[in-house]
Design a protein around this ligand. Sequence first.
Ligand code: NI
Length: 170
Amino acid sequence: MALLPILCYPDPRLHTVAKPVQAVDARIKALIADMLDTMYDANGIGLAATQINVHERLIVIDVSEGRNEPLVLINPEITWASADQQVNDEGCLSVPGIYDGVARASAIRLTALDGEGVSRSLEAEGLLAVCIQHEMDHLMGKVFVEYLSPLKRNRIKSKMLKARREAERA
Ligand code: NI
């Protein structure tokens, strides 16, 4: 088991646009295992490779109650999104302690490779749809706080920078 360090907002590396995964090989499979370990250890429901400073289109998710239904999405592409949107409070392992409302499509359809490199289509709604859209934003270099007002975002940025300074002093 390997835990990977998670980048924290406002780290500029979180704004890197990820490139497609070229092959689901041993390197990617090891990365998936480490990302799942890291996500479960941090009590997160999703983690994008961007957040561990790997800029390839790879996401791990688990929204199950039992924390035993990992979902791996490689090179995900949304093929349909409902016009209907819902606002949910979101949080992010890269913005610890911050939760705020973001409007997202209530339902989506997508295609992706699974952890074995097999092409899959899936439909998602509810928390899973929110989580997939949030993680796919990470792959585009976007953090959820960028949907909030500039005022809120600046407050969050100051809070994160202050927490980082305090951690460095400790
Ligand atoms: Ni996030």
